[in-house]
Design a protein around this ligand. Structure first.
Ligand SMILES: [Zn+2]
Length: 320
């Protein structure tokens, strides 16, 4: 506690001095197209001022483990096993294809992009539910260290690189596509039209060394836990909220989660499944536009490549 308090005082002193605070958390979207918000965009990098870098849901927009935008990665978070989150395919290089139709011509099966990045960066994969065993097996099968797959199951938390990581419920499905299983079993599963079982999908709550608490929704519907757990227990001040509709909360439901349940100080829109912003500007009439209009706190659009900085209270202080 003492250490946190002194860090917060240091953060306040920095801000008062008018400088961009060294005690802010930086968030950089790794979307498919620079300065736009495109249909497949999910991946975000969170950088704690202590140097720890976290990749959230690599998805289909990071151009493989060698994408130069990744830099050092210490921790990879995967909310659930669907291809647009764990990464079943990706572009040849950053910016390939168009924002409307990003290139996803490189398959990441059977490993997944999350595993390929973990192997290349020697990063820890922190997941909840029953996903850790799947990732441990993939790491082991590819010469990695299975101990780099770490469990944070509902109700508990783990601290990695100075960031406390907890998983929270997400009302969604979490089947493992037979393409990750392979062999005769994978073929039989595919023929039967069934997916593998690795437990429930999750969201995350992160507590950074600055004291900032962020809720990353993952794919979810509206849940009472968003008030009872994410707000009342963890007191999240920044939210990354999925707004795409059909598969997850749409803009109206997502705005309800923000306005009535979590009540953070700001929110980053995610998972729009549309072109939400072009050349840095929100597309009028888009789901992103509606979410902004219906939400009471500032909504920040994750323009790919633009780094936003958040103070411990969840307020954006640079890049928004
Ligand atoms: Zn999704």
């Amino acid at each position: 506690m003492k250490k946190t308090a002194s860090l917060l005082i240091a953060a306040a002193a920095f801000t008062a001095a008018g400088a961009v605070s060294a005690a802010n958390v930086k968030v950089t979207p790794l979307g498919s197209h620079e300065n736009e918000f495109c249909p497949q965009d999910r991946a975000l990098i969170f950088e704690d001022p202590n140097g720890t870098r976290v990749l959230y849901d690599p998805g289909r927009t990071v151009a493989g483990a060698n994408d130069p935008r990744l830099g050092k990665i210490d921790i990879i978070l995967v909310t659930h096993m669907h291809g647009d989150h764990v990464g079943n395919a990706h572009p040849k290089e950053p910016g390939a294809g168009t924002c409307d139709k990003p290139d996803t011509s490189v398959s990441a099966l059977p490993n997944s992009l999350a595993v390929n990045i973990a192997l290349a960066k020697k990063a820890k994969i922190v997941t909840g539910s029953e996903m850790p065993a799947f990732f441990a097996a993939k790491l082991k099968a590819n010469g990695g260290n299975p101990a780099d797959s770490i469990l944070a199951r509902f109700g508990g938390s783990v601290t990695v690189g100075g960031i406390r990581i907890a998983t929270v419920t997400a009302m969604h499905s979490n089947g493992v596509d037979p393409g990750y299983i392979g062999g005769e079993l994978g073929k039989a599963m595919e023929a039967a039209g069934i997916a593998g079982d690795v437990g429930l999908a999750t969201g995350y709550v992160l507590r950074f060394s600055t004291g900032l608490v962020a809720y990353l929704s993952g794919d979810t519907g509206v849940t009472a836990d968003q008030e009872r757990v994410v707000r009342n227990l963890y007191n999240a001040k920044l939210v990354v909220m999925n707004i795409g509709d059909g598969f997850t909360t749409g803009p109206t439901e997502a705005a309800y989660v923000i306005n009535e349940l979590v009540k953070p100080n700001s929110v980053i829109a995610s998972h729009a499944n549309e072109v939400g912003a072009r050349a840095g500007k929100v597309v009028p009439g888009s789901k992103t536009d509606r979410f902004i209009k219906e939400t009471k706190v500032p909504v920040h659009v994750p323009l790919s490549g633009r780094t936003m900085e958040f103070d411990p209270s969840g307020k954006c202080v640079a890049g928004c």
